[in-house]
Design a protein around this ligand. Structure first.
Ligand SMILES: [Zn+2]
Ligand SMILES: [Zn+2]
Length: 646
């Protein structure tokens, strides 16, 4: 599928009030490209070793920390101009040739989660984010879903680096798997890398992690990547300005415009405006909340709600949230401090993040405020806050186990107040509802409703998205991160702001968007899809296994065990024994079990048997029993004959 779209001569955005805005091609691009070309001859040697001896990659040059402050200016920084060393093996990346830039989304389009995007210029690639998605109900027993990244594996020699925008699971969760196959440096903020490090340790997966700061730039092959601070529900979130030979690509991953951020770190409007003024060729931006009107309220509004709850709660308070929502955890901790309550952090996920965030200075958590979970009973109930996970009704989480009375240390008591400080991810509403019911049964007051002010989204609503479009004023736009309808609505939003429809591109995972200085078009497709993770297995559970799991879950299994011999006439040596799971309650269906046995014996002692081989007999047993059981019970269990001849 290929639909070429051209920039119309008047394709400049109207309605921005900037009739004389220079287009990207008139502005810095040609210069930047020329710079890259001329300097590739005197390229610096590759700095990073440990690339598993798979040949040379493009040089990856990061600025030393002391140079970070001086890197704020794009042009004055000499390091930022260090040109890439091209792979010696690829002759078609000659300095004179200009390529089209390819944007290849491997995940995050037509879905919420497993975000992953490739930028490819010639033979060199940059990967932005590698996240997971939580499985839907029809994925029996699957722990998580990651993007099919076989295109990266096929081209692993061309991959220069991973860039992570922020530390949420849907952006970093797949990294331990992807790094097994594509081992290149990973650039991101300290908190993101801290969270990633925890995951990599669990997987015993080594990696080269390189921290970067807001406004820092790195040169990776033909790409110059600039990290720009944005506000979101986790600290240290970045938007990326990627300066490429064809122009500037602005990648707004998850963000909201929070004008009173918890950590005081404002969104970097200065850099965003400067980029917009100089010209952005293509913008990619989060579409999660495009269906929400207005502005997303500031995270700070949740803090005053917490204060009110703390003022009025007669007994213990339990607050549950995403472990990664460091700002929310911070606000709960501050509210506890103001109310004179101690804080117990329950559950490994929440504890891990608290430790990492505190160590790196992202969480203000005084030691004397903490109390060990084993000691909570020594405190009066109105002096305690329990922080835990389980806002999505996850079966093994702290809150779910407290709700069902199965938690070892925390028993919900009448008078407890439970605050569910997160919105259920679509699809989780039912299990979350069940958890809430259970909490009410235990006598708790549960604060969970939308209007209660206990949660705000971390994603930009429509007015914020409009603001971003107006600041960045891109030539072309490709919505990312959202269900298909959200992507379409985001493209429409851009059109309402004056962008030509032909300049907006709604893609699906695996489709390739090709950009040069003037044009942008969808051209071609690479393999994409999902890889299912079940326990230690990566991608080994396919459709067949899922189908079997579905049948097992619907009708159960019946197992027939028997040993026979044909020597000197057919003789049954053991069995038939019948076992079932999830099919019928055997004690109440003894008559059926007896009939099953009779059928099996009859088949085995048929005259024809000597001419059967064992495989035929098993098949006969399977089909005969399937027919019989459907007739007698109306069910279709999986029938598993274990019949051997000696
Ligand atoms: Zn996200
Ligand atoms: Zn996020």
């Amino acid at each position: 599928m290929s639909e070429e779209k051209q920039t119309k001569p008047g394709g400049k955005r109207t309605g921005s009030g900037k009739g004389n805005r220079t287009t990207p091609k008139q502005a810095e691009k040609p210069k930047a490209a020329a710079k890259n070309k001329t300097e590739s001859a005197s390229a610096a040697p590759a700095q990073h070793k440990g690339q598993r001896g798979r040949g040379k990659r493009g040089a990856v040059t990061a600025a030393p920390p002391q140079a970070q402050e001086s890197m704020i200016s794009l042009v004055s920084n000499p390091l930022a101009q260090t040109a890439p060393q091209r792979p010696a093996s690829s002759s078609n990346t000659g300095a004179s040739k200009e390529f089209k830039l390819k944007i290849i989304p491997l995940g995050g389009l037509g879905e919420v989660g497993k975000n992953m995007t490739i930028l490819q210029y010639g033979e060199q690639m940059l990967v932005i984010d590698a996240g997971i998605m939580f499985p839907e109900d029809d994925l029996y027993g699957i722990d998580m879903v990651i993007p099919d990244y076989s295109y990266l594996v096929e081209n692993s020699q061309k991959v220069l680096a991973f860039i992570l925008t922020h530390g949420h699971e849907d952006h970093i969760g797949a990294m331990p798997y992807v790094l097994r196959d594509v081992d290149v440096p990973v650039y991101s903020a300290a908190l993101t890398l801290g969270l990633l490090k925890g995951k990599l340790n669990e997987h015993k997966q080594p990696a080269k992690l390189i921290p970067v700061k807001p406004r820092q730039e790195i040169s990776v092959g033909p790409f110059r990547v600039e990290f720009i601070h944005v506000t979101h529900s986790i600290p240290d979130s970045f938007a990326l300005a990627i300066h490429t030979p064809v122009g500037v690509i602005f990648f707004a991953s998850d963000f909201k415009i929070d004008l009173s951020p918890i950590d005081g770190q404002m969104m970097d409007f200065g850099r965003l405006s400067a980029l917009g003024e100089r010209g952005v060729l293509l913008m990619l931006a989060d579409s999660t909340n495009v269906e929400k009107a207005g502005f997303t309220p500031s995270e700070k509004t949740v803090g005053s709600t917490f204060d009110n709850i703390f003022l009025n709660a007669p007994g213990r308070i339990v607050i549950t949230s995403f472990a990664s929502n460091v700002h929310r955890i911070q606000q709960a901790i501050w509210a506890a401090k103001r109310a004179g309550r101690k804080v117990a952090i329950v559950g490994r996920g929440m504890q891990n993040i608290a430790v990492v965030a505190k160590e790196l200075g992202y969480l203000d958590l005084p030691k004397d405020l903490l109390i060990d979970i084993d000691k909570i009973n020594s405190l009066p109930s109105n002096k305690l806050l329990i922080l835990t996970t389980g806002s999505q009704g996850e079966p093994l989480s702290g809150l779910t186990r407290m709700a069902s009375g199965e938690h070892r240390q925390v028993h919900i008591l009448p008078g407890d107040t439970v605050v569910i400080s997160a919105a259920p991810i679509p699809g989780n509403e039912r299990v979350v509802g069940r958890t809430i019911d259970n909490l009410f049964r235990q006598g708790a007051t549960v604060i969970h409703e939308k209007g209660d002010g206990i949660h705000v989204s971390g994603h930009a609503s429509r007015e914020e998205l409009k603001l971003l479009h107006n600041i960045i004023k891109p030539q072309f736009f490709m919505p990312v991160h959202g269900e298909y309808r959200m992507l379409v609505k985001h493209a429409k939003l851009a059109q309402q702001l004056g962008m030509a429809e032909a300049n907006t591109f709604v893609l699906e995972n695996g489709q390739v968007l090709e950009v040069d200085r003037q044009r942008c078009r969808v051209n071609g497709r690479v393999p994409s899809g999902r890889v299912l993770i079940d326990g230690l297995g990566v991608g080994d559970v396919g459709n067949t296994v899922l189908k079997e799991r579905r049948i097992l879950s619907e009708s159960g299994i019946l197992l027939v065990h028997m040993i026979y011999t044909c020597k000197g006439g057919t003789q049954i040596l053991a069995g038939p024994e019948i076992f079932s799971r999830g099919f019928i309650f055997e004690k109440e269906y003894e008559h059926i079990i007896d009939e099953i046995k009779e059928k099996v014996i009859a088949l085995c002692t048929m005259e024809k048997l000597t001419s059967f081989n064992n495989y035929d007999l098993s098949n006969q047993v399977r089909s005969t029993l399937a027919r019989f059981l459907l007739e007698r019970t109306g069910r279709r269990p999986v029938i598993l004959p274990i019949i051997s001849e000696v």
